[in-house]
Structure formats: structure tokens, C-alpha cells
Design a protein around this ligand. Structure first.
Ligand SMILES: *[C@@H]1O[C@H](CO)[C@@H](O)[C@H](O)[C@H]1NC(C)=O
Length: 998
């Protein structure tokens, strides 16, 4: 059928054929034909006469009886004549006469048409050459999951026919268009040479996808880099370096395999070329001025990267395989594949200093992507590198995860946002064409695993990993791209996985054919060495010496790894915080200074918060009212929620602490209370951030509305917070319940990061929470989940030492707070920075309290000498005569105000005491005990608005029991069971519930 297919272009005429959709479409319509009957009516498809004729033709090919007799005889005649070029047969009369083909052509028009044809041919290679490139080292799978070869790119004869060119044209000279560089310094080439050069650029071991980029300069740049004749030639020095790097990569894996044959190693075998690939990207970037590279990668090949890219001391890697390590020891088990790392060294190739860090990651492949970007952004920020000239990130991905995990897409969407961009990332995909045991044809719907990168117009360079020189070339172009256009780029290393998912796994269960081929596959090192030896670049002896040399290095390190106890987890930090801890990594003190600030600071911040620092700046009248309100409060020495937050941020900025608040709509605030960015009502996009006009030498404040992503953005801010302890980094959820789409970051990094990676992080999560307002949706930030993941022991009776508060904070995995007053919020934010260590802080923030007339704090509660109160005790009538009190209600957050109202409505101020928990976890055992003991005759009640299985009750209840014993149980009341039934809980008798509980 193929030879008959070739008839089509000549039937249609070259121009008409070119006007058709791409040749891929033609043939897929051919495929479709086989299952569907041909469409009967002409013009039923958008393509007009040509596609109608095409349909007829394919239908006729399948079954000559299926078309009208007139078509049958037309195609029959045409195929008998079968000469390429315009046919003289006139098509059946359904085709309008004027559109019929085959009118005579002049010589000039033939010349023009031939040139146009050549131009189309060149373009076809540029656009679709990658479909034909030889990318799979195993030669079994097609990297684009489609064995179809576009008909215009099959063989010379087909191509010529498709473009209405003849064999005799092959030796004719053609003028080259300006959109190609294959000519080098020549402006014309023979057609034969044009095809040869295009094939060598686009259809060998490199597959280039870039023609979808809608920037002519960028496309030209890529074409120049790859099409210019001779670009991929290497000096023998370069080849020897490449070989030496391959030796290290390969022999490192071999060494691990020899020493720990029964251990999981997640080796790189099958993609050893990744080591020289990464080193090339780093060398090239260093040459262009990069001083700091931040890497994120999954576990496959991680040890090799640590050893040979970052150059971590080998003995520190080997000692983690010590069989004496217990499962609970730091660095044991799979942890070695997840730890972070920071290392500064001289880059040998460029002789410049370079700092490399590898960010600790969980097994959730790709979760580390936004974290790396955030850390990169922070490092750029602290260095004043606003253009991304000094600091860059490299992300290594697996093919299955790159296509499968949505966070990849979320991360790409941060790549060009001013407050989130890192000015370009080099992505390297280790495309071993398998995901654990799953075949790529079952794992993705896109042709390549890299298609997600197209959303940001990133060029994608596919390369056969068994051709090390092609890999190196592609990587150096990728690095140049990043440093020229400051945009993302993807290198897709099409490789294989020599063993199972790990070395103990049997891949033949599921991939028999692939693994038969893999067992036959000559390792890339041997292939490349043979090539260099054959061409005389190295001798066999030199090659063997190189191997012996590296093996010796490994052996010696192995010896040292046994000699001394060198395993120390502190070597495994991706961001050391110099000077923040003691030399032994402990906090410098176990106290926290008072968190209040001098009154003049509060007054000054209040003044700025209620003014417009820029001249001729027109703000919205509604906002003027808000600012007047702030001025008024400042005069009266009080602050509401928004103003207290202003004062917390502002006072930290004054102390040199950078503050960054990021999330959806944070600039104004979901509830329109914050207004940190003022918008000029007259001039489009003219804005003002008064917080940056507080003091001339203050630290900078960043407030940024994010993309509508939680997973990506929380990950990003976590990474940002990782870079330095001297910054308050906050992520706010638009509504608290949205945090659950970032659950992976919360579970894998925020709650457990320190335990897994000895990694402190002071990120703050602001989660609007409260059952009022938006109905069942958007009500709950799920406090119960955060409390359930809090690590303080509910049953251990604590030792009340002098520094109980701080040491409890030091031991916890995170802090959970729900503040009831603006002052409390102010203090807890400031304490976050004044603590001598860093812990994540989760704050459930209010909605109704933002405007509640009673939810205001006096400056007296914020001035010097005041501090965060973990518990705010009752201070009214009940507190003055505690013996009279019948009921002591504990609560947290906004229900306090409802309870106070209810109490006064019932005139029970003397009988009922109400005490607030501002910090829920770690649990303030000491203060709760004190409070309860002050009211010996009172029954204890926990009141919340959440259902019993939600909110705080399950967390506080066993802790009350621990501290007070079983004789004074605490029972659950709900402030309202249904809207409008505010007193329901209040009137309930406690005793019955006590029984149930005890
Ligand atoms: C880097 O990103 C910033 C923020 O979007 C932008 O202002 C700057 O122009 C970028 N630099 C380059 C060189 O593209």
C-alpha cells in the first residue's frame, strides 16, 4: 500500500498537498478509514476539495467499491499513469472545474514552487524531525510512543514525491532560506546535501522540539546551535574528560555493587551519562557566571551525583551502608537517598568557586521541585541577584513522574511569575522508559513524558543517552539557553534501567522483552571507550589506568569509612545556617526574649499603615475609609487584626528580618482586611507597598499574590524559608480548607522534615478557619489533622523546668496556634523569629474576628515587656472569687467572644470562668494545670464550634487527663449545634458525658 500511497501528492498537486493538515493527520485519517466507512458527502470536512479528494482516495485504497464509479475510474487511471507530477486526468465532476488540478505551469513558477518545496521540507525537519530521531538506545520503543514515521520524512523518494520534487532535483542547487543554518557560510546547497544535513541534525541521536515556541529569535538561536555544520565536534581533550567522567560514574555504581551486592542502591546503571551531563551543565553555567547551583532530584542515581557531581567525601557516603546502623539511626535505611547536602568547591574546569546544594527530598517524586525553586529564589534574593545571573536551579526528573505528577505542572507555572521566577531552570529527565514496573504506554497520554514543559514554551531536547557526545552537546546548549534567555529548558535523556526498580527487584516479571535487550546491551562506557580507542584519542592502557585510578580512590575511601565514626547527620544539610546554631548544632540558648516592642515603633507603623507614602497617588475611597480607621485606632492606642499583623511584620523589618507573605490574594487579603498593596485608581498597574516605606534601613518586605496552586506555592515558600533563618516566610491559604491540596508538602516536609533530615524550618501557615460565613465549604482548616500530627506525648507527665515553654517548643515538630486577640497574633509571629531555633508554625486565622468590635488589642498588650501568652486566663469577676466558680470553660479562638456574650446574657459572670488556649500544640500543660487548680470546685468544659470528631477536642482531652488525673475530666460542649441554637451546648449537663469519657 505504501507505493500506492505515494500517488496521493501527485494526484493532489504539491501545493494542495502542502495545504493539507500535517502528513501525520493524513495517515491517521487513513487509519481511521479502516474502522469507519468513508464519509459520503463532499466537503464534509473542513479541508475542502483536497481533503475531500484525500478521503475518497483513502477510501478507494481500502476498497475501490466503496467510492462512486467515477472516482474509481479516476484513481485507476491516475495510478496507471503513475508518473509523479501533475496528472492530466481530470477528476470527476463533483470537483469544481476551476479547482481541478493539472493546469500547466511555466518554468518560473516551477522554479518558485521547487524552492518553496525545499523550504517546506526544511521546515518539516525542524518541526517533526524528532519523530524520526533514533532516541531509544535499546532500539525497541519509540520515544514518542509512536512508530509512525511522517510520510514526508521517510526516505528520499517519498520525500521528493511528497514535495513534488524529482530525483533529478537532488543535484540541483537551492537557495537556503534565512531560517536555516545548515549551509554554514554557504547560501546555496544541493538538495541532496540539504537532506543529508537536515537528517544529521534532526534525525540522529538528538530530537529537537522547539518549533512550537512563538518567539522567532529563540527559534533562530536553537537552529543556529544545532544546524551549523560541525557544532558537535569535540577536541580530544574534551573527549578524554568525558570518558573520565563516564569512568567515575560507571565505576562508582560498580563499586557499590561489589561491596553491597545485597543492598538497594537505586543505581544509575543505564543512565551513567547523567553524571557528565550534569557536570557539563554546571561547568557551562559556571563559565557564564553562575556561583551557586541548587539541585533537586529523586533517589535514582543520587549517591552517584553526591559523589561525582557535588563531590561529597566518598567515606561519608560509604559509611551509611554500615551494617551496624540501626533502622532508627540517623542516615540509616533509605534515608541516604533522601538527605540534603551542601558543598562549596572550586570548579576544576572554570577555576571558579561554586556552591552546590542538593535539597533533601521525600520519596514523593517531584514534590521537591517547588521547594528547590523557592530555595533558589531565596538565595537569589539574599545575594541581590535579581536577574538570576549567579544562582540557578537544576531539576532532575524521572519520565513517569514528570508526566504523571501534577506538581510538575504547578511548578512550571511559577517559572515566569515575577515573585516566583528563578530566571530559568534546566530540567533533566532520566527517561528510562519505565516507571517501577509500568510501561510508558500505560503511564501517559502524551507522546513524550516531557510535553508538560510545552505550556511555558520551554524547548525540549531529547537525546539518546548512549551517545555521550550528543548528550554533552545538548547539555551545554541547555545551559547556554538558560543563561541567554533566562527561561526553562528540558533535556530528555532517553536511556534504560539496567536492573529492576532497585537492585533486588526482578524486572523480567513484567518487562521480559525489554530486559532481554538490556542484558545484551553493551554499557555506554565500553561503547564510548571502544570508539575513542578506535579513533586513537586514548589508548586501551590509558583507559584501564583511569579505571584503576578511580577504583583505588573508592577503595581508600572505603577503608577510611570503616576506620572512624564519621557518620554525622550534620554533614547532610542542604542549607547550613552559619552562625545561627552553636558549633555542635545546638541552639545558642533555651530562652526566648520578650516579644513586645517600644510604643513609638507601634505608633510609627500605625502611621505608615494608615497613609499613602507616594505623592499624587489616588486610592479607592473605600480604602481611604479603612486607612482613616487605622489612623483612628493608632491614635486610640489599639490595633485590630490587620493592624497587629502590620505591626508584627513592620517591627521585624525594622530589626533586619526579611518578611515574605505569599499565597492566593494575600496582597489584599481574602477578606479584604489587609491591603498591603495600594493601587492607584488613575494609573494602571501603579502600586505602592507602604510596608516598604517604614524606615530607610529596614529589611525588604515581599507580599505576592500567587498562582492558584497550593502544592506548588507552599512547597516554594518552604524552600524559601529553608535558605535563611533570618526571615519570616508565610504562606496563607485563601481559605484554610485549601491546604489539603498541599497535603504532600505538609506531611512529607513540614511535619516531618526535621526528624528526617535534621532540617529546621520556620515557615508559617496562615489558615483562615471558622464555621461561620461560607457554609460547609471553606469552613474548616481541619485543626484536628494538624493536631493529630503533633508529636508531643499526650500521656507523659511533663517535667516543669524553668525553660519549659522553650524546651517544649524545641522538642516539638511544629507549633499549632489559634489566637483570640490581635496582640496574641502579633506576639506569636514575632516569637517565631525571636526563638533560638526554627519550627513550622500553623496558625488558624479568624474571619469574623477581623472586624469584630471586641477583637481589638490595646498597645499595652504589645509594648516592650509583653510576650506571647500561650494561655489567656479568665480575668473577670469569676477570677476574683474562684471559689464560687461552678464551671471553667476552656476554648480557643473566636468562640471565646460568643461564650462571653452568652455568659453575660445569662448573668453568670461569677459562676463561669472562661480561659483561652492561644497555643494548642505543644500543649501548655503547666498553665492548664495552674488554671484548673485555681478553680477547684468547677466542672471543666471544653467548648468548640467544630463537631466532636473535629477541631481540638480529641487532642486536648487526653492531655487534660494526664495533667489533672481522672477525677477531673473535661467534657465536650459545642457552642452551637445548629445555626440559631446558640444555647444548646450551654445547657447540657456535663455529668453524663463525663461517665462516657472516663
Ligand atoms: C529575571 O526575573 C525578573 C523577575 O521577573 C525579571 O525582572 C528579570 O528581567 C529577569 N531577568 C532576565 C535576565 O530575564
Amino acid at each position: 500500500m505504501m507505493s500506492r500511497l505515494r500517488l496521493l501528492p501527485s494526484l493532489l498537486g504539491a501545493q494542495a498537498a502542502r495545504l493539507l493538515a500535517t502528513p501525520r493527520v493524513q495517515v491517521s485519517s487513513c487509519r481511521r478509514r479502516s474502522s469507519e466507512p468513508p464519509a459520503a458527502s463532499p466537503g464534509s470536512r473542513g479541508g475542502g476539495v483536497s481533503s475531500y479528494m484525500e478521503e475518497m482516495y483513502f477510501a478507494w485504497l481500502e476498497d475501490p467499491q466503496s467510492v462512486h464509479k467515477s472516482w474509481d475510474s479516476f484513481f485507476r487511471r491516475a495510478s496507471e499513469e503513475a508518473s509523479p507530477g501533475p496528472t492530466q486526468s481530470s477528476s470527476p465532476s463533483v470537483v469544481p472545474e476551476s479547482r481541478a488540478l493539472g493546469s500547466g505551469r511555466t518554468k518560473t513558477s516551477k522554479l518558485v514552487e521547487d524552492h518553496l518545496a525545499v523550504q517546506s521540507l526544511i521546515r518539516a525537519y525542524q518541526i517533526r524531525g524528532h519523530h524520526v530521531a533514533q532516541l531509544d538506545p535499546l532500539g525497541i520503543l519509540d520515544a514518542d510512543l509512536d512508530s509512525f514515521v511522517p510520510s514526508d520524512l521517510i526516505t528520499t523518494i517519498d520525500k521528493l514525491a511528497f514535495y513534488d520534487l524529482r530525483e533529478s532535483d537532488l543535484d540541483k542547487e537551492f537557495q537556503l532560506p534565512t531560517t536555516t543554518f545548515i549551509g554554514g557560510s554557504e547560501s546555496t546547497l544541493s538538495l541532496r546535501e540539504i537532506i543529508r544535513r537536515l537528517e544529521s541534525t534532526y534525525c540522529q541521536h538528538v530530537g529537537l522540539e522547539f518549533m512550537f515556541i512563538n518567539d522567532a529569535e529563540q527559534c533562530q538561536w536553537i537552529r543556529q546551535k544545532f544546524e551549523t555544520p560541525g557544532v558537535m565536534r569535540f577536541s580530544s581533550e574534551e573527549k578524554r574528560t568525558l570518558l573520565a567522567r563516564l569512568v567515575r560514574s560507571m565505576r562508582f555504581e560498580d563499586f557499590l555493587a561489589r561491596k553491597w551486592s545485597s543492598e538497594k542502591r537505586f543505581g544509575l546503571e543505564g543512565c551513567e551519562v547523567m553524571i557528565p551531563a550534569l557536570k557539563t551543565i554546571i561547568d557551562k553555567s559556571s563559565e557564564m557566571g553562575i556561583e551557586n547551583v541548587i539541585l533537586g532530584m529523586p533517589h535514582r542515581g543520587r549517591l552517584n551525583v553526591l559523589a561525582n557531581v557535588i563531590r561529597k567525601d566518598l567515606e561519608q557516603i560509604f559509611c551509611q551502608f554500615d551494617p551496624k546502623l540501626e533502622a532508627a539511626d540517623e542516615g540509616s535505611g533509605d534515608v541516604k537517598y533522601h538527605l540534603g547536602m551542601y558543598h562549596e568547591r572550586i570548579n576544576r574546569v572554570t577555576n571558579r568557586n561554586i556552591a552546590l546544594s542538593l535539597v533533601a527530598n521525600p520519596s514523593h517524586l517531584e514534590a521537591v521541585d517547588p521547594v528547590v525553586q523557592g530555595k533558589t529564589k531565596a538565595e537569589q534574593f539574599y545575594r541581590g541577584d535579581a536577574q538570576g545571573r549567579k544562582v540557578m536551579s537544576i531539576l532532575v526528573h524521572g519520565d513517569a513522574a514528570f508526566a504523571g505528577q501534577g506538581v510538575v505542572y504547578e511548578t512550571f507555572h511559577l517559572s515566569d511569575l515575577p515573585s516566583y521566577t528563578t530566571n530559568g531552570t534546566v530540567h533533566v529527565v532520566v527517561n528510562n522508559q519505565i516507571g517501577f514496573t509500568t510501561d510508558p504506554r500505560m503511564a501517559r497520554s502524551s507522546p513524550y513524558p516531557t510535553d508538560v514543559a510545552r505550556v511555558v514554551n520551554a524547548p525540549i531536547f531529547h537525546v539518546n543517552a548512549d551517545d555521550p557526545e550528543a548528550v554533552i552537546y545538548v547539555c551545554s546548549v541547555a545551559a547556554e539557553w538558560r543563561n541567554t534567555f533566562n527561561k526553562d529548558v528540558v533535556v530528555d535523556l532517553v536511556c534504560y534501567r539496567r536492573r529492576g526498580h532497585n537492585e533486588m527487584d526482578e524486572p523480567m516479571f513484567t518487562q521480559p522483552l525489554m530486559y532481554k535487550q538490556i542484558h545484551r546491551q553493551v554499557p555506554v562506557l565500553k561503547k564510548y571507550a571502544d570508539k575513542l580507542i578506535a579513533e586513537g584519542t586514548v589508548t586501551l592502557q590509558e583507559f584501564e589506568e583511569e579505571i584503576a585510578k578511580y577504583d583505588r580512590i573508592c577503595e581508600e575511601a572505603y577503608g577510611r569509612s570503616k576506620d572512624k565514626k564519621i557518620l554525622h547527620i550534620k554533614h547532610w544539610l542542604d542549607s547550613p545556617w552559619p552562625g545561627f546554631f552553636n558549633v555542635d548544632g545546638e541552639p545558642k540558648s533555651m530562652t526566648c526574649p520578650a516579644t513586645g516592642v517600644p510604643e513609638d515603633v507601634l505608633t510609627h507603623i500605625g502611621g505608615v499603615a494608615s497613609s499613602v507614602p507616594l505623592e499624587d497617588f489616588t486610592i479607592h475611597t473605600g480604602l481611604s475609609r479603612i486607612l482613616r480607621g487605622r489612623a483612628d485606632m493608632t491614635r486610640k492606642r489599639t490595633a485590630d487584626w490587620a493592624l497587629a499583623e502590620y505591626m508584627a511584620f513592620g517591627s521585624l523589618l525594622k530589626e533586619g528580618i526579611h518578611v515574605r507573605l505569599s499565597g492566593q490574594d494575600v496582597e489584599r487579603g481574602t477578606f479584604s482586611h489587609r491591603h498591603h498593596v495600594l493601587h492607584d485608581q488613575e494609573v494602571d498597574r501603579r502600586t505602592c507597598v507602604p510596608m516598604n516605606h517604614l524606615w530607610p534601613d529596614q529589611a525588604p518586605y515581599t507580599v505576592c499574590n500567587s498562582s492558584l496552586s497550593e502544592y506548588g506555592v507552599l512547597g516554594f515558600e518552604l524552600g524559601y524559608a529553608m535558605a535563611s533563618p533570618n526571615a519570616l516566610v508565610l504562606w496563607e491559604a485563601q481559605f484554610g480548607d485549601f491546604h489539603n491540596t498541599a497535603q504532600c508538602i505538609i506531611d512529607q516536609f513540614v511535619s516531618t522534615g526535621q526528624a528526617k533530615w535534621v532540617r529546621h524550618n520556620g515557615i508559617v501557615l496562615l489558615l483562615p478557619h471558622g464555621m461561620e460565613g461560607m457554609g460547609p465549604e471553606h469552613s474548616s482548616a481541619r485543626p484536628e489533622r494538624f493536631l493529630q500530627m503533633s508529636n508531643d506525648d499526650s500521656d507523659a507527665y511533663p517535667v516543669f523546668s524553668k525553660d519549659f515553654e522553650v524546651s517544649q517548643l524545641y522538642d516539638c515538630n511544629w507549633i499549632v496556634a489559634n489566637c483570640s486577640t490581635p496582640a496574641s497574633y502579633f506576639h506569636v509571629l514575632r516569637r517565631q523569629i525571636l526563638l533560638p531555633f526554627r519550627k513550622p508554625l500553623i496558625i488558624f486565622t479568624p474571619k469574623s474576628l477581623l472586624r469584630h468590635p471586641d477583637a481589638k488589642s490595646s498597645f499595652d498588650q504589645m509594648v516592650s515587656g509583653t510576650s506571647f501568652q500561650r494561655v489567656i486566663p479568665e480575668d473577670g469577676a469569676a477570677a476574683r472569687a474562684p471559689g464560687q466558680v461552678r464551671r471553667l470553660i476552656f476554648c480557643t479562638g473566636k468562640v471565646y467572644y460568643d461564650l462571653v456574650k452568652e455568659r453575660s446574657g445569662r448573668g453568670l459572670e461569677e459562676q463561669v470562668a472562661i480561659t483561652r488556649l492561644e497555643q494548642i500544640s505543644p500543649f501548655p500543660f503547666d498553665l492548664i494545670k495552674q488554671e484548673a487548680e485555681r478553680y477547684p470546685g468547677a466542672e471543666l468544659v471544653w467548648c468548640q464550634e467544630e463537631h466532636k470528631n473535629m477541631g481540638y477536642y480529641d487532642y486536648i482531652s487526653p492531655r487534660f487527663m494526664t495533667i489533672l488525673g481522672r477525677t477531673r475530666p473535661i467534657c465536650y460542649f459545642r457552642i452551637w449545634d445548629w445555626p440559631g441554637h446558640a444555647s444548646h451546648g450551654w445547657d447540657r449537663k456535663c455529668s453524663g458525658l463525663q461517665q462516657a469519657r472516663v
